[in-house]
Every structure is written in C-alpha cells, then in structure tokens.
Design a protein around this ligand. Sequence first.
Ligand SMILES: C[S@@+](CC[C@H](N)C(=O)[O-])C[C@H]1O[C@@H](n2cnc3c(N)ncnc32)[C@H](O)[C@@H]1O
Length: 237
Amino acid sequence: MSTETRPIDFVAAFSNPEAVAKYTEGPPRFVPGFTDLHRMTGILLAEHAPRDAKVLVLGAGGGLELKALAEAHPQWTFVGVDPAGPMLDLAKRTLGPLGERVELVRGYIEDAPAGPFDAATCLLTLHFLPPDERRRTARDIHARLKPGAPFVAAHSSFPQGPGERAQWLSRYAAFAIASGADPEQANGAKAAVAASLSTLSPEHDEAILREAGFSDVNLFFAAFTWRGWIARATVPK
Ligand SMILES: C[S@@+](CC[C@H](N)C(=O)[O-])C[C@H]1O[C@@H](n2cnc3c(N)ncnc32)[C@H](O)[C@@H]1O
C-alpha cells in the first residue's frame, strides 16, 4: 500500500459544527487509555514544574486535557492555543468555571505568547502536521519553555514499514468499534488517516523532538497507533 498522502484542511475539519458537537465522544473511543494519558501527563509535568506552573497547551481545542490538568493541579494556569475557533468555543464550555485559569488563543504556535512557560503539552495534534511543520512547531514550543521545563507530546505514531501501516490502522479502527464507535465512522476515520496523514514511525517522531532542541526524550505511552513522550527543554551550557 502506498504511504503517499494528499493534503486535507484539518483546521476546516475541526471547524465543522457537526464534528465539533460530537468531538468529546471521539478521543476516549479512538485512543486506548485516554483518561490515563491525561493523568500521566499531569504527573510527568509536575515532576519538573513548580506548584504554580504556567503551562502552554498547543492544540487545546475541545478543552479535554485542559480540564483534566486544571482539575488535578489547582495552582496551575494555562495558555491554550488552537487555530479552530469552534474547538476553542467547545474548550470554553468544557472548562466551565475552570476557564478562569485558562487564556485561550486562536492561532498557531507563532501566535502563542513568548512565555517563558514552566511546561507544555501537545496532545493528539502533531500527527496532523507534515514533518517539516512538525519540526518547526516543536522548535517553537521549545523556544517558549524555560530551560529544563518538561514537555509532553502524544499523537498517532506507529511502524510505517511495508504492510505495517495498514495493519496498525485496521487495529486503530477495530479498537474504536470495540469501544462503541459507529463502524462506519471508525472505518471512515481509518480511511482519512490512511489517505491524508503523514504518520511517522516512533523513531522518526522522537528524532524530530531531539532536532527541535529537546533533551531526555523518553517514551512513556504506547497503545496501538499512539505514542507519548516526555522531554525536557535543553539547558544551555
Ligand atoms: C484531535 S484534536 C485534539 C484536541 C485536544 N488536544 C485533545 O486531545 O482532545 C486536534 C486539534 O489540533 C488543532 N490543530 C490543527 N492544526 C494545528 C496546528 N498546526 N497547531 C495547533 N493546533 C492545531 C485542531 O484545530 C484540533 O483542535
């Protein structure tokens, strides 16, 4: 199977009111261990972030990780950045009163404040970016972090060898169906990922984090087509 992909406007897709209305049902069905991913992210960030950390959340649409992190860490404040306005509106609704500790910015990483931040996350987002943009975005996240600050990235990342991509994508759809997703929707998502996403191998994604300037890049999450890493902003010598 060819791994060639054709571009798709994901920001437009995440601005579709019908898709946004159903968004919060999706990740728990498509990502094994989704709730635990948030819990682990909070624990990992807290290892190296102060009690009153200021946290950058890129791809913050929907507000699910913002809500989980804000509930678990009552002293943290957040800047959530996302280019899709309707996903930011949903984040505001998801957060409710927790939104008092969250500034939402519509845009891309270059629209985020310079910080420097004590920690950052980018969950279920970087796989939408072609490799060069992914590298540039990771570099721009790094530039907004204090030296030594922790960063958690988690997204679709799995073996891309001949035959492997198709097999893992079948497992991705099968997990969603077994978790209660509509089979038509799950198979549609699989076809969209296969046709339009430049998914990379975990080794390639990890190399991008290092090239972007991160140190101590460690895999902490691996579940079917998903991987998560904890890394630290490099301390200048
Ligand atoms: C699958 S959602 C993930 C949202 C949230 N992080 C979560 O885990 O539920 C992907 C989000 O990435 C946003 N996005 C797309 N391209 C982006 C980019 N270049 N920079 C930042 N966010 C982007 C989309 O608008 C969308 O809200």
